[in-house]
Design a protein around this ligand. Structure first.
Ligand SMILES: [Zn+2]
Ligand SMILES: [Zn+2]
Length: 297
């Protein structure tokens, strides 16, 4: 099974259009070593023919162009017909609107996400006016045959993040996915948004070959400390990397071959290749995703 990181940044990308934090400035001026990143999304495949998208970012057009496997140069109808959603945030779903030229789209989402995408953002209603959309209900804990040699199982990710749109169930607002190659029985876990690494969530990582996990902020007060927002990382639904209850302390000891931070916010110092925070991750054998990184398990 192959996993291609199409976008490795959190919402806004890196650099973000309206931001002048030290990382964004470094990305623009080249003053420190770092590479720009587009918004979070991955593609997975067991055969390099059919690929499945996990989240559809607003950068989906250039992400597809950057990856020849997704081009339909052989005249096929479409390499990308299914999108699995981890939540209904705009940076994970706005790309669906940019896929409206498709002949048909299958959107895997929980009931909660479906409610938000229909009556909250209205994104699925808009998309449905342009191209046929089939909603595939994601039920946490249930194994689903995705076809093309892959199965998935979603797991619920509890969150207290304030909902922007009322009316959707809290259960299933955010999920992670475990995707398994049926031929090899190897699996990856994709978890770009997680507020707290509870014992139940840590159990979902057991036996996986690669963990792609929320690396939004280094510290909980990262945004307030830069004067950019009043909300902490946890307020925004993202466990920070550092600290005693941060993700690094919890995932670093796990016997997983590849542990990779994805969904990295532009304020996060790990984006600078020479930062002490980045070097600390290297010492603890945890990787930082870049756009275009591909792994085979
Ligand atoms: Zn996001
Ligand atoms: Zn910034």
């Amino acid at each position: 099974m192959w996993i291609r990181i199409l976008g490795s940044a959190a919402g806004g990308g890196f650099p973000q259009w309206n931001c002048a934090c030290p990382q964004c400035r470094a990305a623009r001026t080249g003053a420190r070593p770092c590479v720009p990143r587009s918004q979070s999304s991955i593609a997975v495949s067991a055969n390099r023919q059919e690929w499945f998208l996990l989240n559809a970012s607003p950068d989906v057009q250039r992400q597809v162009e950057s990856f020849p496997d997704l081009h339909n140069d052989d005249g096929s109808i479409g390499r990308l017909q299914s999108v699995l959603l981890t939540d209904s945030e705009l940076d994970h779903t706005a790309g669906l609107l940019l896929m409206r030229e498709g002949r048909e789209l299958q959107v895997h989402a929980t009931k909660s996400m479906y409610q938000t995408l229909n009556t909250g953002t209205g994104l699925l209603r808009i998309l449905g006016a342009y191209c046929p959309v089939t909603w595939k209900a994601v039920v946490p804990g249930v194994d689903v045959d995705l076809g093309e040699g892959l199965t998935y199982r979603a797991f619920n990710v509890p969150t207290t993040k304030a909902a922007r749109f009322e009316g959707a169930d809290n259960y299933g607002r955010v999920v992670g996915y475990r995707i398994t190659d049926t031929a090899t029985d190897r699996s990856i876990v994709y978890l770009p948004s997680v507020q707290q690494l509870t014992p139940q969530i840590l159990e979902e990582f057991a036996g996986c070959s690669a963990l792609l996990i929320d690396g939004t902020c280094w510290s909980d007060d990262e945004m307030p400390a830069l004067g950019l927002a009043g909300k902490t990382s946890r307020d925004m639904g993202h466990v920070p990397i550092s600290g005693p209850r941060g993700s690094l302390a919890l995932i670093s000891p796990l016997p997983i071959k590849r542990k990779i931070y994805v969904h990295i916010n532009n304020t996060n110092p790990i984006l600078l290749d020479d930062s002490p925070q980045r070097l600390q991750l290297e010492r603890q054998a945890v990787e930082v995703a870049t756009d275009g990184l591909e792994i085979e398990i």
